[in-house]
Design a protein around this ligand. Structure first.
Ligand SMILES: Nc1nc2c(ncn2[C@@H]2O[C@H](COP(=O)(O)OP(=O)(O)OP(=O)(O)O)[C@@H](O)[C@H]2O)c(=O)[nH]1
Length: 387
């Protein structure tokens, strides 16, 4: 994998940019694809080199579970909860970014959207923010869950696949994540399907969002590095000429289907809204996604909880939470994404609630609420709870 030196045009562009524009990376990708995993690694990379990253997190649920844990990483963070950044809370994005910059003077900002967000609207949000303060869109990184994408691409008309497609189209860098869950023989087919949606953005096959983080330095400097894909082909397909140097600013790489005007796009990120919204109905893409947040009154039985999760219907894609069990001492971070369940023991430094968020498509909240209530009721009051 190699990065290319700046072209003349890029150096010229760089000199014209506002000197203190803070690079903003938008992390996009469907629910549970690996955005927070990427964010955690990226924050470590910046912190190790003595730079100050900041985070703006958006969650569909009423509680920011990822944020609670990130806070412990000592990174300035602001959160927008209870709605999707790309519609209900979009108007606040500019103010939130401005506040982050005024209060913390970060060197870089990561905006992690909900997995249901349409990146186009976030691009607009960052552009609006550039009117309030000096921010510069450095990248839109879309994390694709390889296994989920393979499964969903079978029904290309489904709302979920359309949303995934929008997220892929808008990317300036693509991570084909969770490749450990898909046999390498299937990667080229997946890559080809993704290329149909976005022919230009470099694509990296990853496991747990592990990548060459020096690529962020190039993106912060306003260039997009050339990278090689797992199959060895040049990732910028429209210019697949082996070692031929070709670079694009973040804006230039957007697919026309992303709904943006391409002319002078990287400038648009700094100074004006050059987006074209014709024929675009962003909210349609994810209005089918809903979230239910459940606060537990006390510890629950771990085996019964696992069994409940095992019974979740297919239309609940994603769940996460902080749970306390009757048979364990420490609380656990619970993750569920596409039928994969994970429990990680945690030692929170601050008081955290016992809570779980369930995200999916038109699922029956009442059935889930009743099941969770039954789980809580099953724990007799006499049973000793964990300290
Ligand atoms: N097997 C496997 N699991 C992964 C990989 N990357 C992330 N995960 C797991 O997938 C789950 C979801 O990862 P997150 O990073 O929280 O995903 P996210 O995109 O931030 O999720 P939302 O914010 O809910 O949209 C976690 O349990 C991760 O440990 C991977 O490459 N392979």
């Amino acid at each position: 994998m190699s990065t290319h030196p700046h072209t003349q045009a890029d150096s010229h562009k760089a000199t014209q940019e506002a000197p203190h524009a803070v690079p903003v990376h938008i992390l996009s990708g469907f629910l549970g694809s690996g955005k927070t995993t990427l964010l955690t690694r990226a924050l470590d990379y910046y912190k190790l080199s003595g730079r100050r990253p900041a985070v703006l997190m958006n969650e569909l649920g009423e509680v920011n579970l990822d944020g609670m844990l990130l806070l412990e990483a000592d990174v300035p963070m602001t959160e927008m909860l209870g709605g999707c950044i790309c519609c209900t809370v979009r108007g606040d994005l500019g103010m939130e970014l401005k506040q982050l910059i005024d209060e913390h003077q970060p060197d870089v900002i990561f905006v992690e959207s909900t997995g249901a967000a349409n990146p186009l609207e976030m691009l607009d949000g960052v552009t609006d923010a550039s009117l309030l303060t000096h921010v510069r869109l450095a990248s839109v990184i879309t994390v694709v869950d390889a296994a989920q994408f393979a499964e969903k691409s079978v029904s290309p008309r489904s709302k979920t696949f359309r949303l995934m497609s929008d997220q892929i189209r808008c990317a300036t860098l693509l991570l084909l994540n969770k490749t450990d869950l898909v046999p390498p023989s299937e990667w080229p087919k997946l890559e080809a399907a993704i290329r149909e949606l976005n022919a230009h953005a470099p694509m990296l096959p990853t496991i747990r969002s592990e990548m060459d983080f020096t690529l962020f330095d190039a993106m912060d400097a306003g260039t997009t590095p050339q990278v090689r894909t797992a199959t060895g082909s040049c990732s910028c397909h429209s210019h697949s000429h082996g070692e031929h140097a070709h670079e694009h600013g973040a804006g230039e790489q957007h697919d026309p289907a992303c709904g943006h005007s391409h002319q002078g796009h990287s400038e648009d990120f700094h100074h004006q809204d050059g987006h074209s919204h014709e024929g675009h109905a962003p909210h349609e893409s994810h209005e089918h996604v809903m979230a239910y947040t459940h606060y537990f009154q006390g510890p629950i039985d771990s085996e019964q909880f696992e069994a409940l999760i095992g019974r979740l219907p297919d239309d609940v894609f994603r769940a996460k939470g902080i749970l306390r069990f009757t048979d364990t001492v420490s609380p656990f971070l619970f993750q569920y994404a596409y039928r994969q369940m994970d429990f990680i023991k945690i030692t929170p430094k601050t008081l955290v609630p016992s809570v779980a968020v369930f995200i999916g498509e038109h699922f029956d909240k009442s059935v889930l609420t009743a099941e969770l209530a039954a789980l809580e009721a099953a724990v007799s009051p006499q049973e000793p709870s964990s300290p």
